[in-house]
Design a protein. Sequence first.
Length: 237
Amino acid sequence: MNDIQNEFISTVSHELRTPLTSIRGFSQTLLNSWDKIDDESKKKFIGIIEEQSNRLINLVENILAVSKINTDKPILKPIDVNCSIEKVIQLLKQKYKSHNIEIQPNKHIPQVRLDDDKFQQVMTNLIDNACKYSEEGKNVIITTSFFDSDNVLIKVIDEGIGIRDEDKAKIFEKFIRLENHLISKTQGNGLGLYITKNLIELMNGEIEVLSNKSGTEFWLKFPFFSEEEALKCYRQS
Ligand SMILES: Nc1ncnc2c1ncn2[C@@H]1O[C@H](COP(=O)(O)OP(=O)(O)OP(=O)(O)O)[C@@H](O)[C@H]1O
Ligand SMILES: [Mg+2]
């Protein structure tokens, strides 16, 4: 086994052990001292068990996604990106009820060469981050437009805590979570952006991050499916 695999396994084991230890500890306390614990504490402990279970599920899903990056080749088809993004937004609105998540689409853009499942996974990770790293009530805007006559430009714009210049390259590495005041309140394993960047590159796309103290923008570029159709739409737009 090489060093990278060893390091991955040791990090994963650590990430698994932390929530499992907490789940076991709180369930043992509840089982052994049920009659001595007041209702409010019971509710709090069960809440922690639920939260840690969700953390495990998220970790297992992300590890599966990482392991599939090199084996699961994308199936590239013509995709209506506005429609796919809309589906992702509808799902995430249920998770982030107090954020205002909105698409500002260019309705004239032609179809894009993408694997729809993988594209939706990319958009889910980015919009999830945009909500997670901004306060409740903030806007999360997704725009679509022509980058040029061959490529679409998709922006995910948030009003969150921002990312410092020196951290911008780090966030795409495995298991990186930056220190900030929201990190302890939010769940994550630091795999989302690693998966996102890899999936984007597998679909011949590019990702860039722009950020300052008042928010962050992720810019995505992907080629249109048909060059001819794209040129026609571009000229008309
Ligand atoms: N929109 C954003 N605004 C501010 N910081 C961000 C944003 N997106 C990502 N980050 C920072 O980059 C880190 C890495 O993001 P990534 O999505 O890979 O991991 P995560 O959200 O912590 O966990 P996971 O996605 O695996 O559940 C985050 O922990 C956070 O510190
Ligand atoms: Mg994330």
